[in-house]
Design a protein around this ligand. Structure first.
Ligand SMILES: [Zn+2]
Length: 459
């Protein structure tokens, strides 16, 4: 058999798996639109949600469906992470050749699906890598989370995003720059660059506003150039995500028409009101605030979460421990400490945004040190609840709000008739205890009951 024939056979097999009829019975259903059904059943047919029954459902036999009993469990829409970096492993390798390893990167998309995180948006990664992964995974050739991506970041010469390859030698450097960033010098160039990315099929545009800190300053993208980028993105119906650090970054992000504000250590009251009025979403990425705090302290407890241990490559785990315990990361830890990152301040900021009625979405910034790909939304929501956000609001942020921001709400984000049967079933009730989100019972992806333990063995 040729490789092409094997691929075709695999896709056909997957279509059969996705075409089966299932009835999930007796579940608590978190619909995602504000409704909770205490006891309901969900009929899955030809990859879609065919019906949602409240109370009694017809018998599985009469529906020609295979039954899954979900008594004592909760069924939710698949979780969504709106901010990840696929090219970063989340840990450290002592063996530098492992960075960018194709198998390890595919494993990340499998890890998300294993954890019921059924869609992620890359907020900055090499464009060619994104295009290749989407091709492999969206056809069903390989099974993994749904991948959306921004592609290259819009920033300034010497701006945030360019520091990663400052020390990379030519010609590798130019190649990386072209894959990772766009540095427009005029409004015309900004329009042309966005237009070209839209043609290549990106799902969103990412802009950086960040002047760094006095010890580690960044050049900041000119606001008028950023406005040209955002205008062109909107002309192509692409959402604009803006990386922000301090208050003036958020003010400018809102002024140029951002669809989501990422990170933000401070949001002024007037800007908060403006965000609410215009429906601009806030993605607080508490995971990365927590991870940076731990990195500075040399605390590796985030490696010991059960789902992280289940999905993360053993070599990556071991080498990360080794690097953190040794001196290898001293320079990185020193510079990380200069950013004065405070998880408590980030939590207070999120609570203020929630009380201000802002649309919230969940992003983790996975791929950064100690934010491992996979159970990201679970951890993000735990941190939100610690911050004082009700579990129900956090779950809505991770499902329907995130789906709307990513513009995938026609097929994802709620448990409603006609949407993709992409669902997560967990033991217990995450509305009472969000830790239940980590007790995964079953994951469905486009109607296929995912054989989770086999995900990492895909050839
Ligand atoms: Zn990021």
């Amino acid at each position: 058999w040729s490789k092409q024939e094997i691929t075709r056979a695999r896709i056909l097999d997957r279509q059969v798996d996705r075409g089966r009829t299932w009835l999930v019975q007796n579940a608590r259903v978190f619909v995602g639109n504000g409704r909770i059904i205490e006891s309901g059943s969900v009929l899955i047919k030809e990859g879609k949600i065919a019906e949602v029954f409240e109370g009694n459902a017809p018998s599985p036999d009469s529906l020609k469906a295979r039954a899954i009993d979900a008594a004592g469990k909760t069924l939710l829409p698949g979780l969504i992470d709106v901010h990840v970096h696929i090219g970063g492993p989340g840990g450290f390798y002592t063996d530098a050749s492992k960075y960018g390893d194709a198998k390890s990167i595919e494993r990340e998309l499998e890890a998300y699906l294993y954890c019921g995180v059924t869609a992620v948006r890359s907020a900055g990664d090499p464009l060619d890598l994104m295009l290749k992964l989407r091709k492999q995974f969206s056809t069903g050739e390989k099974l993994g989370t749904e991948l959306l991506f921004c592609g290259p970041l819009f920033t300034a010469e010497g701006g945030h995003g360019t520091e990663y390859f400052k020390s990379v030698p030519e010609p590798m450097r130019s190649r990386l720059v072209n894959q990772m960033v766009r540095i427009p010098k005029s409004a015309e160039e900004a329009h042309a660059q966005v237009s070209e990315l839209a043609r290549q099929g990106v799902d969103a545009i990412k802009i950086i506003f960040d002047a760094g800190v006095p010890e580690i300053p960044f050049n900041r993208l000119d606001v008028n150039l950023a406005r040209a980028v955002a205008e062109e993105a909107h002309a192509h119906k692409l959402p604009v995500a803006v990386h922000t650090a301090e208050a003036r970054d958020v003010i400018d992000a809102v002024a140029i028409g951002a669809n989501s504000v990422e990170h933000a250590s401070e949001i002024p009251d007037a800007t908060l009101a403006e965000m609410k009025r215009r429906g601009i979403a806030y993605d607080p990425t508490l995971c990365v605030f927590e991870a940076f705090t731990d990195l500075v302290k040399g605390d590796t407890s985030l490696l010991q979460r059960s789902l992280v241990e289940q999905v993360t490559d053993k070599q990556l785990m071991a080498q990360t421990e080794q690097m953190v315990k040794g001196d290898a990361l001293k320079g990185m830890r020193d510079s990380a400490s200069k950013f004065h990152i405070s998880l408590d301040a980030a939590k207070a900021n999120l609570l203020k945004a929630y009380r201000g009625g802002i649309t919230l979405v969940t992003g983790s910034d996975a791929g950064n040190p100690f934010v491992f790909h996979g159970p990201t939304v679970q951890r993000e929501i735990e941190l939100w609840v610690e911050a004082g956000i009700p579990a129900e609001a956090a779950l809505q942020a991770a499902t329907s709000n995130a789906a709307k921001l990513l513009r995938i709400d026609s097929h994802a984000g709620t448990v409603e008739k006609g949407k993709d049967a992409t669902l997560l079933i967990v033991d217990g009730n995450p509305l009472q205890d969000v830790k239940a989100l980590s007790s995964i019972s079953t994951v469905f992806f486009k109607g296929e009951r995912v054989a989770r333990s086999e995900l990492f063995e895909q050839k």
